[in-house]
Ligand binder design. Structure first.
Ligand code: HEC
Ligand code: HEC
Ligand code: HEC
Ligand code: HEC
Ligand code: HEC
Ligand code: HEC
Length: 642
């Protein structure tokens, strides 16, 4: 393929992806992906991130070979590997940004130090490693811009960065495996292994060698120069050894942990496993053990293609495909997901090509070779380009045209969901239920234990106390709230029911919260314009609220709710009104927000009395199943009158 054709194609794919990225930022991730709560890791994380990181592993492997072991044979590929690492890791960081729901929180690991989290470690390693790669590549940039003194300084400290880079890579490549140690029940036993961190690390080395091989072979072909076969055949030997070690580890682990019979259980898992092993390691190792094939560019191209496809399949399996049997979920990436993945890869490829053409990356691809490859060729009077445009399009025009066409084309193809966004799913709330439980006091200054009496008839040793079982979204995850005890405690401190019951329905007092906070997560309007028009006599009633018909019909010009509903808003409450001019607004936030704002803020104030009062686990306890306790649950007020 000619370089101009390749770049035109890449610009087109980039444009396609960018449209979807824009809509994803505008409407949220739900509008362009097919993920669900059971399978929240899809193409972007599983394929894009988990598979791209080992592909970027070329950087640290080559750095170790050339700068630490001083094997000069690999010098011609070292810079390319660093640039490849830079391109892959930047793509990973950008891809991850679009994958997380609230995308700007990608920077949170910098501010929130969650030291027990594997993801935290990975985030930091990748961030630091990106910095290290940038310093390593700065050689090439400084050389070209001729800052000799700065270049000397960088060269002096560069070994420190090389070693730092190797250490960081070792950490995060293996930690990506560690991440999946948390999925012993989800992941199929053929993939789940205590050795996952080690396997991920070993394969990153093997795959790193073969990706730089692949990239180098393709590019030397595109620019029509000789590939550095000496370095490539050397890398082939190394990766054959590394992938061989991987095979030994993988099968050794499967046999020693007694999972060998699974290798022959028919089903798509078995087929998938063998395909993966064959493509990722078995076939490449077998072929690369032959010197003739190691030295042939064509053979090495196909061998590395096989390894890249196979290893990516391995990562995709661990991150998702091999969990399908246990989650029973269904997920197949829809095309906007593919468009973003391919688009980001295209942008990375363009950036790589830019680096390649402007700095000394591969010795054989020099300025002359680049110039030759870009030459559109002699004017051919019979060509359609000459007929329509007099001369072949200049490169810049060609690429811009491809980009603009892609933007339009993608917009035309996208489904409505992606363009207009999806309606958020509703989670309606239901009333709390009154239950009786035994409260077992632990040490003073500590929270108590709640125990449901085994059977209602049994005479309990501890007197029963009343509580509300709050499970407003009816998903079985409930919170036990000692309503009367809380009210009594507040009363002692001068509070009233209104301290919490900050708003009421017309003519009512202490209205249950779920009546207005009607959705678990979304805020809903409690004011119905239509209903009020009906209550107030249709057209005759407009004037009751829009007193001056000349004024704009906005909320600030209407009769305050309190004029007609004096008891609706309680003045002396822990919940402060947030509407304009300290008026109570009428969009009630989601139920979870309402509960957390009220409960947690007061618990935080009282944390000095009881240790951990504001912690999640004080309210979200390890409580028994609703089915288990249903025998003991007393039917009371709210349930009785429904
Ligand atoms: C006005 C302040 C205040 C509010 C509002 C409040 N709490 Fe409490 N809560 C307390 C205090 C104080 C304690 C400690 C009581 C004690 O001394 O046992 C407590 C204790 C608890 C306990 C632990 C009981 C125990 O002894 O183990 C739970 C559970 C709890 N609250 C749930 C809730 C929930 C759920 C909400 C919101 C619906 C809520 N609280 C709202 C002040 C509050
Ligand atoms: C003082 C009590 C309290 C504390 C502390 C608390 N919550 Fe809650 N939380 C609630 C209540 C009450 C609900 C509503 C439960 C329901 O309706 O099912 C709730 C609901 C939730 C829900 C929705 C659960 C569902 O049933 O779908 C999530 C998620 C949640 N809380 C997370 C947290 C996290 C994370 C923390 C710690 C940062 C936390 N909560 C701390 C009281 C509390
Ligand atoms: C600490 C905050 C708080 C105080 C004080 C409080 N409540 Fe509640 N109340 C709640 C919460 C939280 C719920 C359950 C959530 C819901 O209704 O969706 C509730 C529910 C209710 C319910 C409906 C549930 C049921 O038991 O049928 C009634 C009725 C009620 N409260 C009346 C009162 C009265 C009367 C007072 C004053 C004596 C009072 N509340 C004081 C927070 C409070
Ligand atoms: C009559 C309807 C109604 C009832 C009943 C009601 N709320 Fe609200 N609530 C609202 C509205 C409307 C708002 C928004 C207020 C504003 O913007 O000024 C709100 C806001 C809140 C807020 C502030 C949230 C924030 O983001 O700052 C909290 C906390 C809250 N409610 C808790 C409760 C609790 C707890 C109960 C039950 C004890 C309850 N509400 C009962 C209508 C109601
Ligand atoms: C109970 C009071 C009340 C009555 C009665 C009422 N309105 Fe409104 N109207 C409002 C409020 C409050 C708003 C602002 C709505 C908002 O911001 O959500 C509003 C907004 C409007 C708007 C602005 C457009 C919109 O939908 O946001 C129009 C137009 C309007 N009202 C027309 C009418 C007409 C015509 C009638 C009689 C048939 C009427 N209203 C009766 C309270 C009332
Ligand atoms: C001009 C008088 C008037 C004003 C102003 C007014 N309402 Fe109403 N509202 C009524 C009447 C009348 C009813 C019917 C009462 C009933 O059925 O109990 C009502 C009913 C309601 C109800 C019960 C549910 C329903 O829709 O039928 C709610 C909630 C409510 N109003 C909220 C509000 C809020 C919030 C505001 C301020 C934005 C407001 N109202 C302003 C007259 C008014």
């Amino acid at each position: 393929m000619k370089i101009r054709t390749l770049k035109t194609l890449l610009w087109f794919l980039a444009g396609f992806g960018l449209v979807v990225v824009f809509l994803r930022i505008l409407h949220g991730v739900g509008s362009v992906v097919a993920l669900n709560d059971i399978l929240p890791w899809g193409l972007w994380k599983g394929g894009g991130v988990v598979a791209l990181v080992p592909i970027g592993g070329a950087g640290f492997t080559l750095a170790a070979l050339v700068y630490v072991f001083h094997w000069k044979r690999y010098q011609p590929l070292a810079r390319g590997a660093v640039l490849l690492g830079l391109a892959c890791y930047t793509t990973v960081a950008v891809g991850l940004t679009f994958d997380i729901g609230i995308w700007w929180r990608i920077v949170f690991p910098v501010f929130h130090w969650h030291l027990h989290s594997t993801l935290f470690e990975i985030a930091w390693c990748i961030m630091l490693y990106l910095g290290v790669l940038a310093v390593e590549f700065s050689h090439a940039v400084l050389e070209r811009m001729s800052y000799p003194r700065l270049l000397k300084a960088v060269e002096k400290v560069s070994i420190v960065f090389v070693i730092l880079g190797i250490a960081l890579s070792t950490l995060h490549q293996s930690s990506l495996g560690t991440l999946f140690l948390a999925t012993p029940y989800r992941l199929h036993p053929l993939w789940y292994s205590d050795l996952l961190p080690l396997l991920f690390f070993v394969t990153a080395i093997g795959l790193g060698c073969l990706t730089i091989t692949w990239v180098a072979l393709v590019l030397h072909r595109v620019y029509d120069v000789e590939p550095p076969m000496g370095a490539i055949s050397g890398l082939a030997r190394i990766s054959a050894a590394v992938l061989g070690l991987f095979l030994v580890l993988r099968f050794g682990d499967i046999v020693l942990t007694g999972k060998a019979p699974l290798l022959l259980v028919p089903g798509w898992e078995m087929a998938n496993f063998w395909l993966e092993v064959l493509l990722s390691a078995a076939l490449p190792v077998a072929l690369m053990s032959r010197r003739r094939l190691r030295e042939s560019p064509v053979a090495m191209f196909w061998i590395s293609t096989s390894a890249i496809v196979g290893m990516s399949l391995n990562r995709v399996n661990v991150a998702g495909l091999a969990t399908l049997h246990s989650t029973q979920g269904h997920y197949f990436p829809i095309w906007p997901e593919w468009a973003v993945t391919v688009g980001l890869l295209a942008i990375a490829a363009l950036a790589f090509l830019y680096g390649l053409e402007h700095f000394d990356v591969f010795p054989n691809i020099d300025q002359a070779a680049v110039k030759r490859a870009h030459d559109p060729g002699k004017l051919d009077p019979a060509s359609w380009r000459t007929i329509f445009f007099h001369a072949p399009l200049s490169s810049v025009r060609l690429y811009s045209l491809a980009l603009v066409l892609a933007l339009g084309f993608a917009t035309a193809c996208l489904p409505d969901n992606a363009i207009y966004g999806v309606e958020p799913e509703k989670t309606p709330t239901r009333p709390p239920r009154a239950v009786q439980l035994q409260k077992v006091h632990q040490a003073p200054g500590h929270i108590s234990r709640f125990v449901f009496p085994a059977a209602p008839q049994q005479v309990p040793a501890v007197p029963l106390s009343d509580a509300l079982l709050i499970d407003s979204d009816d998903n079985g995850r409930y919170v036990l709230f000692e309503h009367d005890a809380h009210a009594a405690r507040l009363k002692e401190q001068g509070g009233t029911c209104a301290s919490c019951h900050h708003a009421n329905e017309p003519l009512a007092q202490a209205t249950s919260c779920y009546r207005c906070h009607t959705d678990m997560y979304l805020s809903e309007d409690i004011f119905s314009h239509q209903a009020h028009v009906e209550h107030l006599g249709f057209n005759a009633g407009c004037v009751e609220c829009h007193a001056d018909p000349a004024l704009a019909k906005v909320e600030a010009n209407t009769t305050p709710c309190a004029t007609c509903h004096p008891g609706m808003h309680e003045d002396d409450s822990l919940v402060e009104p947030a509407g304009p001019g300290q008026r109570m607004g009428h969009r009630a936030p989601g139920y979870k927000t309402a509960m957390h704002e009220l409960c947690i803020s007061c618990h935080e104030k009282n944390e000095s009395q009881i240790e951990g009062l504001a912690q999640c686990t004080t309210c979200h306890r390890d409580t028994p199943d609703l089915v288990e306790i249903s025998a003991a649950v007393q039917v009371t007020r709210e349930d009785a009158h429904r």
